[in-house]
Design a protein around this ligand. Sequence first.
Ligand code: SF4
Ligand code: SF4
Ligand code: SF4
Length: 314
Amino acid sequence: MAIDRRALIKSLAVGGTAVAAGVAPAMAAERKAAPPGAMGMLYDATLCIGCKTCVVACKQANDMPVESAANGGLWDAPTDLDSKTKNIIKLYRDGEQESFVKQQCMHCVDPGCAAACMLHSLHKDEVTGVVMYDPTYCVGCRYCMMACPFNVPKFEFEKAAPKIVKCELCRQRIKDAAVTGAGGFTRYPMGQGPACCEVCPREAVIYGRRDELLAEAKRRIAAWPGKYYKDRVYGEVDGGGTQVLYLAHVPFDKIGFPDLGTQPVPETAYAVQEGIYYKVPFLAPVGLFAVLGAVIYRNRRADSVGAAEKEDKR
Ligand code: SF4
Ligand code: SF4
Ligand code: SF4
């Protein structure tokens, strides 16, 4: 859902008017559900062998540059999510207990990043529920980074016209033509799903409809009593639910997943917005929107100059 110019102006006008009038928007009272066609991933930490094939595949599928700072560019060895890495595998170890864990965007059912993004550069696809990024109107405010409880969105500090970087569930590869049933679980042809899922030699991470993935996770829990931590699927309800679901044999907080309760994530974002807009009187929003306009103009100009230069080189 890319926004058009009219939607942007409306958004700014509504925001500006409301703020100038000292009127706070309605708080996020409504509990949202994943759309019926919500897509996602299921990662089972008990199956992952830490081979990082998914990390390499993610880089290739998303045309991401290598991480060369720490190793002289000899090979690509990212150590965390950053502006060049949308997917990472980490190892948790405590005495005898250890587990690999895959980290990327969780595609929250009610995403804090999108709620914090006043220009809707980050937004949730209405059909698939994938949380997507449209850089056109991004002003680089980085509220999304503050609002994400999983520390996922990263910023291209190294670039003159920086953008936000995060997993978009390989949306460029996803096709509508999907499905061949297999064992009651929908499968997708090669090249039409997330690269990380396609290459995993252990099927530790699989792609599919969120409802089917959740059922699959519960099937595994029922099939192997005592194997999974508290017989729990992280993301079923956590933070209002996520479309990327996790099974693990170790406590989730040990492998980087905060205890969010069942409250939707955007409560954090509303707190941020409240602090910024409503505790500062009239002049602050006027200045803010003037700055936003200038940054949008700069970004769009940089894009058109880049496009013109590419055209000239042809
Ligand atoms: S809040 Fe974070 S994890 Fe959730 S959709 Fe946004 S970037 Fe992804
Ligand atoms: S879905 Fe695509 S972008 Fe996201 S982690 Fe997997 S390969 Fe990377
Ligand atoms: S490719 Fe599969 S097994 Fe290998 S690290 Fe990634 S999730 Fe784990």
